[in-house]
Design a binder for this molecule. Structure first.
Ligand SMILES: CC(C)(COP(=O)(O)OP(=O)(O)OC[C@H]1O[C@@H](n2cnc3c(N)ncnc32)[C@H](O)[C@@H]1OP(=O)(O)O)[C@@H](O)C(=O)NCCC(=O)NCCS
Length: 204
């Protein structure tokens, strides 16, 4: 007999297209970002794809009868992950997506293309205590049912098992629902920026 669905399970490579789709469908302050991007893969290239490729053991998915409906992706060591991106992920994408002007038509591909060219800029002051970082996204039909909390708990258990002392993430200040969620599951504010907040979770 099969397990009751939805379930949380480890990432499998066949989940990758669904992760990209979910990333796009939740990429505009938690809502559908499809209208913002001409290239539907750009958000996934930055915020979803590299994590399970670099370390598949730190991605978990929520799956229902139609396939993946949510995920958590993470790296245990942000500084090492940034080095990995520089050598294995960004170079091919920089060739594929040359820098471009803002077309002034409301689309934001150019913002993510610039991000691909700039590379990552981790807040080094956080990395001793909170070296891991994560992203989490659930489709609307999977939200509000406890899967977000369970995904964070699943990831936290895996990171603790690896001896990682803490986890951080960035959240847009307009995403009040996500900030409320992170606070409920134990994150506290580590820094405030013009774009939002860095939140952190102590795993010790
Ligand atoms: C934010 C998100 C990951 C939360 O996951 P979820 O499965 O909906 O949340 P859960 O059902 O596990 O809720 C866990 C706790 O957070 C609270 N919570 C969740 N969403 C909330 C919201 N929008 N407002 C207030 N509280 C919220 C719940 O009430 C619950 O509290 P409790 O367990 O203490 O009773 C999910 O809604 C989501 O993917 N949203 C769209 C994408 C997004 O914004 N991602 C984050 C980008 S930084």
């Amino acid at each position: 007999m099969s397990a009751a669905l939805p379930v949380i399970r480890p990432f499998h490579l066949s989940d990758l297209p669904a992760l990209y789709r979910i990333c796009l469908l939740t990429g505009e302050v938690g809502g559908d970002a499809t209208a913002l991007y001409r290239d539907p893969d750009l958000l996934g290239h930055v915020y979803a794809g590299p994590y399970p490729v670099a370390d598949p053991g730190l991605t978990f998915v929520v799956v229902d009868e139609l396939g993946p409906v949510g995920y958590i992706v993470a790296t245990a060591d942000t500084a090492r992950f940034d080095q990995w991106l520089e050598s294995h992920w960004w170079p091919t994408l920089r060739s594929r997506y040359p820098l471009r002007e803002d077309p002034r038509d409301g689309t934001e591909d150019h913002v993510l293309v610039a991000r691909i060219h700039e590379g990552s800029a981790a807040d080094e002051s956080l990395l001793d205590r909170f070296p891991a970082h994560m992203h989490i996204d659930l489709l609307p039909r999977a939200q509000g049912r406890g899967f977000g909390r369970r995904l964070v708990e699943t990831l936290a258990a895996e990171l603790r098992g690896r001896g990682v002392p803490g986890l951080h993430l960035g959240v847009d200040s307009r995403n009040a629902g996500a900030i409320a969620f992170y606070t409920r599951v134990g994150f506290t504010e580590a820094a405030r920026h013009d774009w939002g907040r860095t939140l952190a979770l102590d795993l010790t």
